[in-house]
Design a protein around this ligand. Structure first.
Ligand code: GLY
Ligand code: MN
Ligand code: MN
Length: 448
């Protein structure tokens, strides 16, 4: 696992900053702003009449410039000038910010520290500034642009700067994947070697990745047995059980960048377990084929459609459905078994911005990426097959009933479902594709 104290090559960060500076300058000029004021954010109070706060998640606009997990900071970006950081120093003896994971950014910015919020208000350039931050903070600190439409257009253009990753960002995603891989390996072994509860597995993952819960990019999904049919299962069981299957969707952060990885494992014997193992193997094969198909110039929505056809073939080959792949897709049988989108853009947010400006079609409402795949994008590919009662019941009582093998579905229900998810960097040709996850976790699932 990479040490968090180990800074990346400084030249990568310097190059990232200059790309960002040029991009901001272009957007500011285009929309008539003199500068941008990028706020890091403020912690959110957990409940009224209390002095407890949720751990701060830095605003992605700020994290795009530097990995400093500190509240109350502002970065001023202006054409022709070094970005100027106003770094709030906590003078409170109750609380303190975390140690910065890296200080490699210090030499590249003009840094001023302050302890007094009034100072910040005096220092910040108000007229003609594009303010970026979370809405609550902007409401108290910022100088709202009377032209809200202009501001929205500018923010959309800044979001575009996050779609194609710089080499520095790719390196952060590489390290985030390596960090997550250590957790996946630990949990796979723990699952194979004993009856752990979901909570045990979650805690082992945190330990192996050296992450506290709020540091993970999203709440780990740790689903034993039928819990995998709950797509976002985070209400961990606390008692060890006898489940034969495990779906683990868990990531890691590195300097603000997210990994998002899912693996599905099976152990033990039995006729249904054999079919489920074959299902994992089939999803593994089709997931790898879809990863290979994620090439520049293709629309991600086509890849999603192809995933449905592949899943239709697999379901028929395993005897789970009786219909052809085409009929299973047309009659929404594959949608009941694979109801989520094939994947999404990845970066400073697990579901990163600017990739679903075109709304997905009505028959794939949850797809988060609807644009052309382009070099430099970071995308996940995460097909799955699940036995979700709420989606299967309407088929059982509808015109599609004869298309499904209900006794087999019932036998498979205790396994919950399969998902296999990797993080890709799109290259300029088929050779350029990088599967960051397989570089560190070669197997997508199977026998634990
Ligand atoms: N872990 C959330 C997702 O895969 O999108
Ligand atoms: Mn994902
Ligand atoms: Mn995931």
């Amino acid at each position: 696992m990479p040490s968090l104290q180990f800074p990346l090559q400084e030249s990568l960060y310097a190059e990232h900053l200059s790309v960002l500076q040029r991009g901001y300058e272009r957007v500011l000029e285009q929309h008539g702003y003199a500068c941008a004021v990028v706020l890091s954010g403020q912690p959110l109070r957990k409940s009224m009449a209390d002095d407890q706060y949720w751990p701060l998640r830095i605003t992605p606009h700020f994290a795009h410039w530097l990995p400093l997990q500190s509240p109350g900071c502002a970065l001023v970006v202006q054409a022709g000038q070094r970005p100027r950081l106003l770094w709030w120093q906590c003078a409170d003896f109750w609380e303190g910010p975390p140690e910065p994971a890296s200080l490699l950014w210090r030499e590249h910015l003009t840094v001023e520290t302050y302890t007094d919020a009034e100072h910040l208000l005096r220092q910040l350039p108000r007229p003609a500034a594009l303010w970026l931050g979370d809405d609550r903070e902007l409401a108290t600190l910022g100088d709202p642009d009377p032209d809200a439409e202009r501001r929205l257009r500018a923010v959309r253009d800044l979001d575009e700067l996050r779609v194609h990753k710089t080499p520095y960002e790719v390196e952060c995603l590489v390290h985030a994947n390596a960090r997550a891989a250590a957790g996946h390996q630990r949990v796979r072994l723990a699952f194979a070697s004993g009856d752990c509860s979901e909570l045990d597995l979650h805690l082992q993952y945190l330990l192996a990745t050296s992450q506290d819960d709020p540091e993970t990019p999203y709440k780990n999904i740790v689903a034993l047995g039928h819990h995998a049919a709950t797509l976002h299962h985070v209400a961990y069981g606390k008692r060890p059980g006898q489940a034969q299957s495990l779906l683990l969707d868990a990531g890691a952060t590195f300097l603000g960048y997210h990994a998002d990885i899912t693996r599905t494992w099976i152990k033990g014997d039995g006729a249904a377990a054999d079919v489920f193992r074959a299902l994992i193997d089939g999803v593994e094969r089709l997931q790898l084929a879809l990863c290979d198909g994620a090439t520049a110039g293709r629309n991600y929505q086509d890849l999603h459609d192809q995933a449905h056809l592949h899943i239709g073939v697999l379901l028929r080959d395993l005897g789970i459905v009786h219909s052809s792949a085409e009929e299973s897709v047309a009659k929404e049988v594959t949608f009941a078994l694979f109801p989520h989108g094939l994947g999404h853009s990845l970066g400073l947010q697990t579901h990163d911005v600017a990739c679903a400006r075109i709304r997905p079609r009505a028959d794939n409402p949850y797809l988060r990426t609807t644009r052309l795949i382009e070099p430099g994008m970071a995308l996940t590919v995460e097909p799955g097959v699940y036995f979700i009662d709420a989606l299967l019941q309407p088929l059982r009582h509808g015109p599609q009933a004869a298309l499904l093998n209900w006794p087999l579905l019932q036998a498979l229900a205790p396994f919950g479902g399969v998902r296999i998810e990797d993080d890709l960097i799109i290259g300029s040709g088929p050779q350029g594709l990088r599967n960051l996850t397989r570089e560190v976790l070669p197997q997508g699932g199977g026998a634990a």
